[in-house]
Write a protein of this length. Structure first.
Lengths: 621, 378
């Protein structure tokens, strides 16, 4: 194309008009597009403003839970059993630390750090945000806290955080009664109201701590915080304080617990002491105990294996869950059944040759006393614990009467104590046998039931509760661990009133006197099986010894001759109440492999009773 | 304002101040609009940059540099600019090819030439060179253009556009294509042809999608169509910026009080998404004010184009003004979720270097066109 003078050959007017028209079109199109922008802005900022405000608030405002302080637990005399103590942990904030390795080396010289601590820390630091507080060590000692504090100037980004940790000052003495808290497990989390537990890491696992979780936990508070896009908290906008959990005052007398633990010594077993007037649980002991503080911050697997794998089974609550054959301790109850149903009267005597035979059966049932007890009436049969008498009596009564009468005292049923995991024991019946064993009832089994052997099983708690039925002449109470509840900010205590249970029906109230008198003679007569207790006894005890054959618990993995020999020994039992004429305490004790009830279990019971009844003096036990 | 047919008469009535400005080749109306916009920009940048005065100072320095460039360019009469056009275009094209061959990769794209002292983005030259070149081309050809001329002009537009799209820099290639297209349109391309072209483009879209767009660009468009598909990734930008704008409401949260921006929810808040910061803090009313300033500048640009006395000046002024509008529309459209995310700044407000200087250069040319008019109509 030849270069032409642009101004010469063009129609400038036409060109200009065309340009202006097209410019106008472009401007109009632009104007329309601009209106679209303004329209969209109006929709966002005016029509949908509220919706976007909500979303922007949701972006920046987080609600953080504030965990409530857990309620305290006291014994009946105001001794602190469970408290919250400050627990210090060492935290590092990655973004404020220039040289992490240097910081770790410095810290190692100040506090003890295991390889596990450091490994866990390194793992969590890779997942944490730069401004997050990452824990390096838990439960610093006060000395360690002080050492870190003094060196703070050379430890930028290192912090000591305090929170409250559950602590049981009396450790194992109340472990089986109070229980413990532990870290919330995944399964527990599924059943929890997550808003209530959002800031809480621990929950009651067993004992009072579990049963009264709702009262002890309290209500969480919350704070509204402003965060940025990286979730860093910039400021607190609003705060609702948490309501601490309620304080529980137990019926438990920690001194009795301690004495029982001391008296059991190396023996395993269980002891339950009740106040017969209201069902208050004065002592609930399972031996051996364990240190509940171990569980609070999670125990390492080695310790846990030691505890759970131990043949002594320290974690097993024998008082609630240990089901033992009650042995001869059932005799007063069966004797009462005999009197009530008119099967026997108090004076009628029976000759005990030391053995018993059922008609049409050539098996000889042998009394524990081979030479026999001679002529015995019911009272004497209780005092001497004559098996033959009770074989005869129970055979005459029959299993149906035995079952229904023992049921009246709560055998075979949970007592309803305010603890979790109680076992019901077993009171056999024809119906039970048919259902559980698909077999009819055999007469020989009635004999076993009559002396508390065979299928019959009871817990120490059940025995104690049943004994209250005798001491209170038919009145029965649900055992209660908690005496009073004190709500936070309220100085008044809310006393928990006793819960009565269906009383034992009685035809002739004199039958109570007869049985109680017989039980007194177990201790206070020359031929009583617990006669040794009466030495220097300033009050009167009514009791009954028992000896349970061992065939239930097969837990020995190791073949230690001595241990096995001991394991095969009978369990010793003793139930008792005192003072006999005005009962204030009922105790049931089971000493595993203790041999005879009178010689092993009864002295422990007496110590408990002495401590409880003679306490006016300054304690010298 | 009517075309200046009475230039001579008017000239005799010029005040001394106006005379001075005329001699300095400054269009006070346009300059006023630019100054107001730049000040607004600094204001909101101060907030978006967390009250970092260094950022504001740096932006101020750039703006000053930009105004110097504007002032210098305004001194060259349009015929000089016209003479430069083919050379500038040739230079830009060769640099684009150089970038393709030995450019520096930054932020996942190859856009920069490392000149030792500083990095330079040749596509910036093309923002000016393409409209200049097409305008130059049409001053040689009779108008309205015949299809042959349109074809050649289209090729002149398409080559740099594709080169830049390949870098990849979708935003800039879009701007350059539009700046060229605007010259075609203003030169008198028929409306029927335009419709035909649009049909052609939509027909070519699937091809462009699968062969020309990078995966991240495809992703951006998909995310634009449905931001919720990727709320933590690409959709995050759009979601957070619409939340910022929507929560600003009619009157805004107040200067320095935008929670979305100051709490880090808003990404790229001092650069491409600065409009969201402005919207959050100044609300719908503030947006109207900001848009009014832009409309004022664009209108002035259109007036300058309409008053221009030769084809080159007219076409160039019109194209630059309309491209400025595209800039604005694409940025705001993207921030409020009307358009896919393409990396274009909010002109004269976003924090950033070269594009600001290029823009100022464009306004310098507008001023040159306005202030070098012959006093007697030809």
């Amino acid at each position: 194309m030849a270069r032409l003078n642009p101004y010469a050959l063009k129609d400038h007017l036409r060109e200009s008009l065309l340009f202006n028209r097209h410019l106008l079109v472009a401007m109009v199109v632009g104007g329309i597009l601009l209106l679209v922008l303004i329209g969209k802005l109006a929709i966002l900022q005016i029509v949908q403003h509220d919706q976007y405000t909500t979303r922007s608030e949701k972006n920046r405002i987080r609600v953080q839970p504030i965990a409530p302080t857990r309620g305290l637990i006291y014994d009946r005399n105001g001794v602190l059993l469970a408290q919250n103590v400050p627990s210090f942990r060492l935290e590092l904030v990655p973004e404020r630390i220039e040289d992490l390795e240097q910081t770790l080396t410095t810290l190692e010289s100040l506090v003890s750090l295991t390889e596990e601590d450091i490994a866990r820390f390194r793992k969590s630091i890779t997942e944490a945000k730069a401004f997050a507080h990452v824990a390096l060590r838990f439960r610093l000692t006060e000395e360690e806290v002080a050492r870190v504090a003094v060196n703070r100037h050379r430890l930028p980004g290192v912090f000591i955080a305090a929170d409250l940790a559950r602590h049981y000052p009396l450790g194992e003495f109340a472990a089986h009664a109070v229980g413990y808290v532990g870290q919330i497990s995944l399964e527990e989390l599924q059943d929890l109201d997550t808003t209530d537990y959002a800031g809480t890491h621990h929950i009651g696992k067993v004992g009072i701590e579990k049963f009264y979780e709702n009262l002890l936990h309290g209500e969480p508070g919350s704070q509204k915080v402003e965060t940025n896009a990286q979730s860093r908290v910039l400021r607190v906008l609003d705060r609702t304080l948490p309501v601490p959990g309620a304080t529980l005052i137990l019926n438990l007398d920690i001194q009795l617990q301690q004495i029982a633990a001391q008296e059991f010594g190396d023996n395993n077993g269980a002891l339950v002491a009740l106040d017969p007037r209201n069902g208050a649980v004065l002592a609930l002991v399972s031996m051996p105990g364990y240190d509940p503080n171990l569980f609070v911050n999670g125990l390492d697997s080695k310790t846990y294996r030691q505890l759970s794998g131990s043949p002594e089974r320290p974690l097993f609550n024998r008082a609630l869950q240990g089901q033992y054959a009650p042995g001869s301790t059932v005799k007063p109850f069966i004797g009462l059944a005999g009197l009530e149903l008119g099967t026997v009267n108090g004076q009628q005597e029976l000759k005990c040759p030391g053995w018993y035979m059922l008609e049409g059966d050539d098996r000889r049932y042998r009394d524990w006393k081979k030479i026999g007890h001679g002529e015995v009436d019911l009272a004497q049969a209780i005092v001497e614990s004559c098996d033959v008498y009770f074989w005869d009596l129970s055979f005459t009564l029959g299993i149906d009467n035995l079952h229904s009468y023992l049921s009246e005292f709560g055998f075979g049923r949970k007592t309803g104590i305010d603890l979790v995991g109680e076992m019901a024991g077993l009171l056999p019946s024809r119906e039970w046998k048919r259902r559980a064993r698909h077999l009819p009832w055999f007469p020989g089994e009635t004999l076993n039931t009559g002396i508390g052997q065979g299928f019959t099983q009871a817990t120490a708690l059940q025995l104690a509760a049943a004994t209250v039925g005798i001491s209170e002449r038919g009145k029965r109470f649900q055992p209660l661990m908690v005496r009073a509840v004190q709500e936070p900010g309220d100085s008044a205590q809310f006393e928990i009133s006793p819960v009565t249970q269906t009383p034992v029906p009685i035809r002739d109230p004199q039958n109570w006197d007869y049985i109680i008198h017989a039980m007194e003679n177990v201790v206070h007569s020359l031929r009583g099986t617990a006669r040794r207790l009466s030495e220097n006894l300033p009050y009167r005890i009514a009791g009954k010894t028992g000896t349970a054959q061992v065939f239930g618990i097969k837990q020995d993995e190791e073949y230690d001759e001595e241990k096995i020999a001991k394991r095969l020994r009978d369990h010793a039992l003793f139930i008792a109440f005192a003072p006999a004429d005005n009962p204030q305490i009922v105790v049931a004790a089971i000493v595993e492999n203790g041999g005879h009830g009178g010689s092993v279990a009864a002295p422990i019971v007496r110590k408990i009773m002495d401590a409880y009844l003679l306490r006016t003096k300054p304690d010298g036990a | 304002m009517a075309p200046d047919t009475l230039g001579f008469a008017e000239n005799t009535r010029l005040t001394s101040g106006r005379k001075l400005l005329q001699r300095l080749h400054i269009d006070i109306t346009l300059l006023g609009g630019l100054l107001v916009l730049a000040s607004l920009g600094l204001f909101i940048l101060y907030s978006a940059a967390e009250q970092d005065q260094d950022v504001v100072t740096r932006q101020l320095i750039r703006l000053t540099l930009g105004f110097v460039v504007l002032f210098v360019l305004a001194q060259f009469p349009p015929r000089v600019l016209r003479r430069w056009s083919p050379w500038l275009y040739a230079l830009g094209l060769s640099l684009l090819i150089a970038v393709l061959l030995l450019g520096v990769v930054g932020k996942g794209a190859q856009r920069w030439l490392d000149l030792g002292l500083f990095r330079f983005q040749p596509s910036e030259i093309m923002k000016l060179a393409v409209p200049m070149m097409i305008a130059w081309y049409f001053t040689e050809a009779p108008l309205p253009p015949r299809s042959k001329h349109l074809t050649i002009a289209s090729a002149l537009i398409l080559v740099p556009t594709l080169l830049i799209a390949k870098q990849p820099d979708l935003g800039t290639s879009l701007l350059i294509a539009s700046s060229g297209f605007f010259v075609l349109w203003l030169a008198g391309m028929s409306g029927r042809l335009l419709v035909g072209l649009l049909v052609l483009i939509s027909a070519a879209a699937p091809f462009v999608w699968s062969y020309l767009l990078h995966e991240y660009q495809q992703q951006r468009i998909l995310t634009f169509l449905n931001p919720e598909i990727d709320p933590q990734g690409a959709g995050y930008h759009i979601m957070q910026s619409t939340i910022a704008i929507g929560s600003g409401g009619p009157y805004g949260k107040g200067w320095l009080n935008g929670t979305q921006s100051h709490l880090d929810f808003l990404p790229e808040r001092s650069t491409d998404f600065i409009f969201a910061v402005f919207s959050e803090e100044f609300g719908f009313l503030g947006n109207l004010l900001l848009l009014a300033v832009y409309i004022f500048i664009i209108t002035r640009g259109a007036v300058i184009a309409a008053q221009a006395q030769d084809t080159f000046s007219r076409l160039l002024a019109g194209s630059l003004t309309l491209t400025f509008f595209v800039y604005l529309f694409v940025n705001i459209g993207m921030v409020i979720g009307l358009l896919p995310v393409v990396g274009l700044p909010l002109p004269l407000v976003s924090y950033g270097g070269t594009s600001l200087v290029t823009l100022m250069a464009a306004f310098g040319m507008l001023m040159s066109i306005q202030t070098h008019r012959k006093l007697i109509a030809t």
